[in-house]
Design a protein around this ligand. Structure first.
Ligand code: DGJ
Length: 468
């Protein structure tokens, strides 16, 4: 008895309220411990295995460079021709914006958005000081010296041959309107495929899924629409599976098509199309998760919402599971990626071929709920950020060896001449607390910040495996 009192003494001495007080000390210590535990697990879960990774990326000298915010100062030229004071009175002049200039084929700024041939990225000719630099918006030539035709595309990494395959819309034909109110279009030519070891030098592997010239009832008849092809490899069947948006010239069919091949460089056999889960499907993508399950994501219900659902084990069909996400948000051009167990998705607004503001969304489970975090674009100028650097998302490629770092891949569409649409590749980094976290747990933000950094010229870090 005495002994026990002796050992209890120090606590009770400082505390006049006796055992009630020691109880409260224990309770508060427990609360403190729990809070610390929660804070540390939240931090590790989100940013980290996280914290170390975040530090590695943000402090890696070459990534620091990529995260520098580069400003653009483009002066809008004065309006062409003088307006009479009377005319000015009749219709007050609308201020010209950079987006008007972008869409104006005769703009004096045309060469800024669509630099001419002289400033092409030529992997063979530039193979001096300029090699491995990405110049967003410049013509990009393949190893034969022809502009790469892989619009609305996606990239597959084939780990055995350590080769990247870039698939996209081969749009090397004339742009026309099927009718007065129809959108600008190019007849289907097929899906182009390019291969690369370094993500910079691309060899044309040809058209791996070709249009049908004469069969007017076929989905792939040239008068239809084939957009946003994506290819995933099925480890169980050993097949390469391509999904794509299939439509008619008026975008009323709103379906997805599937094709399959034994090799990444095709040819792919077209299996047919469907409205997934019985719903309209326009812009779409496919995402293969770490556990081997693959998912389809598509804009539906007049592009007012996205639908996400798992594919069957062989990736050749959808299952009956589907969730509606971002309902009423009118998003398209989905590009999904995953970091530290969290799913992220970049989307665009719905403005045809004209660029608009990108948003990034995050989710704990791929089937949702998805939360919108805001605009990920950094640098350039306000107009650059409000137009996703005058481009539209199509794919996000993880950079192996640098967790938290990705390449954001987008299309700078040229509606006047779609074959001359350009590519905007920029570094995308997941690190640091989100600016406007929508969800809080004990006041700590749930999501990491996703940033896409504008650079007029940039390259992958020297230590990147593709350069070995
Ligand atoms: C926007 C889509 O993202 C593109 O893939 C294409 O379908 C155009 N609309 C057509 O206007």
């Amino acid at each position: 008895m005495r002994m026990r009192n002796k050992y209890r003494k120090p606590t009770t001495l400082r505390c006049n309220a006796g055992s009630r007080c020691s109880f409260s000390v224990v309770v508060w210590s427990l609360v403190g411990c729990l809070l610390l535990l929660h804070l540390s697990s939240n931090f590790n879960h989100k940013d980290g295995g996280g914290r170390g990774v975040q530090l590695r990326i943000t402090h890696h000298p070459q990534f620091r460079e990529l995260q520098e915010v580069e400003e653009e100062n483009i002066q809008i030229p004065p309006p062409r021709g003088k307006r009479s004071p009377r005319a000015a009175k009749r219709r007050p002049k609308r201020t010209t914006t950079l987006i008007d200039e972008f869409l104006d084929e005769n703009s004096q700024l045309r060469h800024i958005f669509f630099p001419g041939r002289k400033r092409a990225i030529d992997p063979l000719k530039n193979a001096g000081n300029d090699s491995y630099y990405y110049y967003p918006g410049r013509i990009w030539l393949d190893t034969d010296g022809n502009p790469i035709q892989a619009h609305g595309g996606g990239i597959l990494y084939e780990k055995y041959s350590k080769t990247y395959y870039w698939y996209g819309e081969y749009k090397d034909g004339p742009t026309y309107h099927a009718h007065k109110k129809g959108p600008a279009r190019v007849d289907i030519i097929g899906v182009g495929c390019y291969s690369s070891k370094d993500l910079w030098t691309w060899k044309n592997e040809g058209i791996v899924l070709a249009a049908k010239e004469t069969n007017e009832t076929h989905d792939l008849h040239k008068s239809n629409v084939l957009e946003r092809p994506k290819v995933v490899y099925n480890d169980k069947t050993g097949k390469y599976v391509m999904w794509m948006h299939i439509d008619d010239a008026n975008y009323t069919k709103a379906a997805v098509g599937v094709a399959v091949s034994d090799t990444p460089d095709g040819p792919f056999d077209y299996l047919g199309s469907q409205r997934p889960h019985g719903y309209e499907s326009r812009d779409m993508t496919i995402f293969k998760d770490d556990d081997g399950l693959a998912y389809i994501v598509y804009s539906s219900e007049d592009n007012s919402e996205l639908h996400i659902g798992p594919l069957t084990e062989d990736y050749l069909n959808v299952t009956s599971v589907m969730r509606r996400v971002l309902v009423g948000q009118h998003r398209e051009a989905p590009a999904l990626f995953k970091h530290q167990g969290t799913y992220y998705m970049i989307t665009s607004g719905c403005t045809g071929w004209a660029p608009n503001e990108a948003l990034v969304h995050a989710a704990e489970s791929i089937l949702g709920p998805w939360e919108t975090m805001g605009n990920p674009c950094m640098g350039g100028n306000k107009m650059f950020r409000l137009t996703t650097f005058f481009s539209q998302s199509t794919f996000v490629l993880p950079l192996p060896g640098f967790p938290g770092s990705f390449i954001f891949i987008a299309d700078r569409w040229n509606p006047a001449d779609l074959r001359d649409s350009r590519y905007v590749w920029l570094p995308l980094i997941v690190a640091g607390p989100a600016d406007q976290p929508l969800e809080y747990t004990f006041e700590f933000p749930l999501w990491s910040r996703v940033s896409i950094y504008w650079h007029r010229k940039w390259r992958l870090p020297q230590g990147w495996a593709g350069f070995k």
